[in-house]
Design a protein around this ligand. Structure first.
Ligand code: FAD
Length: 316
């Protein structure tokens, strides 16, 4: 099928994009990589009066680091994130999760902002944002606001973004030095959305202790679930096999997954237990080998706000 008719705008700045969204009073859609939106248009499941194409806003594509955070512009392609040295060094969980997003052509066009704004509960980025306590920066006619993952994701494909707002930046705390990480998922075929995915990070202390654990799900409910009670078991009892088993069992109790044609709720719940254990074991094993994420990197360039270290130029 073909999409219904729509007006098309390609603004050169965020302010222009916000003005256009306001002009259409909720009837316009932002176009980022188009990997989710274009199929919805073609199936006529979405019928916007206008598309506001963000691809000419070069200022929205960057990866920057400062002392404590990595800042990723909303229009940064998933492929750029996958190969970003800053992301690999300071957010290796995000780098690994990106390799599981669809296939190469999808990651070449798809953006981090588009994925988070689309809010598919089975997608990898919402789980990583949740696990790492990240935030998104949103711009609209009333100014700028910052939302946590818990504030952003409201339900299935539903966020707290107003119709006249756009997501401009993703802000993630850099992972601590030596943190272990893993993103484990099961999908029917390589590149499919996960039936269940688990994002995990652990910070080990000497003697098998756990200074911090982070666990979040994909596919286990309408929004990503932060498995805080499971994390607490590890932080209290350490990283022994028994503690991992206990945390994995607790994780399965913390989710309320749906049944659909891909899997029953019971299967998804069991998968949450199995993949949590698997993710934790692999995260612990990588915590020995992770190269230290030192404060600012080795003189790689400007601090936040001084300009992009990496990113892409304008398209089209
Ligand atoms: P678009 O499709 O352009 O937009 C998606 C939605 O977000 C639209 O509603 C749009 O208006 C809105 N939007 C876009 N940018 C912004 C912004 N800056 N501010 C506010 N709203 C915005 N994803 C996964 O995570 N895991 C997978 O395994 C996976 N597999 C896929 C397999 C296939 C075959 C396909 C076609 C897609 C798959 N995807 C998967 C989706 C892919 O990752 C998309 O890139 C992503 O969901 C949307 O990003 P996009 O940049 O293409 O956004």
């Amino acid at each position: 099928m073909k999409p219904p008719r729509f007006a098309y705008h390609a603004p050169g700045s965020v302010d222009e994009a916000v003005t256009l969204l306001g002009r259409y009073g909720g009837e316009a859609k932002l176009l980022a990589g188009g990997q989710s939106l274009v199929p919805l248009l073609n199936f006529r499941l979405s019928r916007p009066a206008a598309l506001v194409d963000l691809n000419r806003i070069a200022a929205l594509a960057y990866v920057r680091e400062d002392g404590a955070h990595v800042h990723v512009g909303a229009m940064t392609r998933q492929r750029t994130i996958e190969f970003s040295p800053i992301v690999r060094r300071r957010l290796p969980l995000l780098a690994e999760a990106t390799t599981l997003v669809g296939h190469l052509p999808i990651r070449t066009r798809g953006t981090i902002g588009g994925s988070l704004a689309h809010a598919d509960p089975s997608a990898e980025y919402p789980a990583v944002l949740t696990a790492l306590d990240g935030q998104v920066v949103v711009r609209g006619p009333r100014g700028e606001r910052t939302l946590t993952a818990g504030q952003l994701f409201q339900g299935y494909l539903t966020t707290a973004l107003a119709a006249d707002e756009l997501l401009v930046e993703v802000r993630l705390p850099a992972m601590p030095d030596g943190a272990g990480f893993a993103f484990e998922e099961l999908s029917r075929r390589h590149g499919d959305f996960a039936i269940i995915g688990i994002a995990a990070m652990v910070v080990r202390t000497d003697g098998g202790g756990c200074a911090a654990a982070r666990l979040a799900t994909a596919g286990a409910g309408p929004v990503p679930v932060r498995l805080r009670a499971a994390e607490e078991i590890l932080e209290r009892d350490g990283l022994s096999d028994a503690a991992i088993e206990a945390a994995a069992s607790r994780a399965a109790e913390l989710v309320d997954p749906p049944s659909d044609l891909h899997a029953s709720a019971a299967y998804r719940r069991n998968l949450t237990r199995v993949l949590t254990g698997r993710a934790l074991r692999r995260a612990i094993s990588t915590s020995n080998t992770l190269s230290p994420a030192s404060g600012r990197g080795q003189g790689e360039g400007p601090l936040e706000g001084e300009g992009p270290l990496e990113g892409e130029g304008p398209l089209g």
